[in-house]
Design a protein around this ligand. Structure first.
Ligand SMILES: [Zn+2]
Length: 122
């Protein structure tokens, strides 16, 4: 496995956060990473610095959004944006180190946010 900072995705994620007013997401404490050579079938994953690590490290929560290059980078622009929205939606309102799960992060919710993002585009 190889990892690289994904500043292009990070910029997009910031734009999404602003346009969709996901103001609970502290963009200074998220990072986007590209991974290469993953055997997983996932397109992307959301990782968090959990509560115990936050206490031990004396710092607040941090989220890393991992994008598996082999799958993510060949998707259409629309699917890329939807994937970024999906991962951002896993971050809960508390920004506390936990996750929202797939009962909330559904295709329907993602599509709703995507539509809002597109309407905001021009
Ligand atoms: Zn998910």
């Amino acid at each position: 496995m190889r990892y690289e900072p994904a500043l292009d995705i990070e910029e997009k994620a910031r734009e999404i956060v602003e346009k969709l007013k996901l103001l609970h997401i502290d963009t200074d404490n998220i990072a986007c990473i590209r991974s290469f050579g993953s055997s997983s079938r996932a397109i992307a994953r959301c990782h968090a610095l959990g509560k115990v690590m936050q206490k031990a490290m004396k710092r607040k929560a941090f989220y890393a959004l991992e994008f598996i290059s082999e799958r993510f980078d060949k998707m259409s622009e629309e699917d890329k944006i939807k994937t970024i929205i999906h991962e951002l939606l896993h971050i809960p309102k508390s920004f506390g180190g936990g996750f929202k799960h797939h009962d909330y992060v559904t295709e329907k919710t993602v599509n709703k946010f995507y539509k809002k993002f597109i309407e905001n585009e021009s």
